[in-house]
Design a protein around this ligand. Structure first.
Ligand SMILES: Cc1ncc(COP(=O)(O)O)c(C=O)c1O
Length: 395
């Protein structure tokens, strides 16, 4: 293996220079046609999409102030809720699962709750239909957070669904998001809110265009060594786990319009996405099976619909096994890492906005789980090496 080599932590679709030519059709219509979704709106990030969704819902039901989210999710979700002046309520996960604990959720629902956000973490499809059944009794809206799941069978039960087009996601514009709702009136309200909240900001758009240019050039194993691998290893040497996975987000959330040019890039690249997702699925099925043949380990798979596979989420029997694997592999270029370091309640920087509460299943999930990239650049030999390390750790 060359010294200048790095697998990305997630399997993003590489961009080509030809993607920078004008596309014949808009990104939003291409995506909604291909993925059978209602008409989509483009936003500058998944977080911005969530802010637009929550602000629209809050305008309709101003007396409702609480938003329920899974205890283990992206810190940006907590920041978006805070940005909208709403209060976060955590719900624990089911044991060994990304699904919300339905028994706990049913005790949290009442007339004060504005929305619940079931989350399709890591491309796995979560159980939205049960959440929706419970929520509709109190007329609570359900927002499907599919930030990590563009291309999966999602958006069928929730009132609103959002996707992220951030760097490393299946499809990227470096930063971007998509948003839609099943109800036409709600969709139109979201559109009005988008136009109000997303203004032209030339500096942001110029920065994002340059970043997307850099991504086109450097999202490959050699480029990733410099722009991702070196920084990660430096953070790991200093034991800065949160920095190593990029969980340290700013409270200031950029809200701006996306230029036509960046839309063209994503619209062109999107034509390659269906075949790319099929190849990822095939590889993920094979590799999940290989992993599951190691006794004592669990891979998170789909139970509620066909997902997408940016990476594999692997659960080991105990935290010390997981840490033994990471000791060997986290600094390697093999694409082994962690998702979010903590459940939301355990980040120091989020303490002012996240209620302190014990969430045993989410804590256990965060302590025993690590991820393996599903990038097509990870060779079978490299994957077998990862399996050997796991086998040694659990032996
Ligand atoms: C589960 C989840 N929700 C929301 C977001 C926010 O998306 P974005 O980074 O596009 O703002 C992310 C980002 O990775 C995420 O993982």
């Amino acid at each position: 293996m060359s010294y200048y080599y790095e697998n990305p932590p997630t399997a993003g679709l590489p961009l080509k220079w030809s993607d920078w030519w004008p596309a014949g059709q808009s990104l939003t219509s291409r995506v909604s046609e291909q993925l059978h979704l209602p008409p989509l709106q483009l936003t500058c990030s998944g977080t911005a999409a969530l802010i637009i969704a929550l602000t629209t819902l809050a305008q309709q039901q101003p007396q409702r102030k609480t938003v329920i989210v899974p205890a283990y999710t992206c810190p940006l979700v907590a920041l978006a809720v805070h940005h909208c002046g709403l209060q976060l309520q955590l719900c624990d996960l089911k044991p060994n699962s990304i699904d919300m604990d339905i028994a706990q959720l049913s005790t949290l629902l009442n007339e004060q709750v504005l929305a619940v956000i079931p989350t399709h973490l890591g491309g796995r499809v979560t159980d939205v239909s049960t959440v929706k059944q419970l929520a509709q009794f109190y007329q609570i809206s359900v927002i499907e957070d599919a930030a990590q799941a563009l291309g999966a069978e999602v958006g069928q039960h929730g009132d609103i669904v959002l996707f992220s087009l951030a760097a490393g996601k299946g499809l990227t514009m470096y930063e971007g998001g998509l948003l839609t709702a099943s109800d036409m009136q709600l969709r139109s309200n979201l559109q009005v809110m988008s136009e109000k909240l997303l203004l032209r900001r030339c500096k942001w758009e110029l920065l994002r265009t340059l970043e997307l240019f850099g991504y086109t050039a450097l999202y490959n194993p050699a480029g990733l060594h410099f722009v991702y691998g070196q920084g990660r290893r430096k953070a790991l040497r200093r034991q800065q786990w949160i920095a190593a996975v990029g969980d340290d987000f700013d409270f200031d959330i950029p809200m701006h319009r996306v230029s036509r040019w960046r839309q063209h890039v994503a619209a062109n690249a999107f034509l390659r996405l269906p075949a790319f997702l099929d190849a990822l699925q095939k590889q993920a099925y094979q590799r999940s099976e290989q992993l599951q043949s190691i006794s004592g380990i669990d891979v998170i798979v789909d139970q509620h619909g066909r997902g997408v596979w940016p990476f594999l989420m692997v659960l080991l029997p105990a935290c010390q096994h997981r840490d033994a694997v990471l000791k060997q592999l986290w600094t390697s270029p093999l694409g082994v890492t962690r998702l979010f370091i903590h459940p939301l309640s355990q980040y120091n920087y989020l303490q002012p906005i996240v209620p302190a509460s014990s969430m045993p299943n989410a804590e256990d999930f965060a302590a025993r789980m690590f991820t393996i990239t599903n990038s097509l650049w990870l060779t079978d030999a490299q994957f077998s090496r990862i399996c050997e390390v796991i086998q040694d750790a659990v032996r």
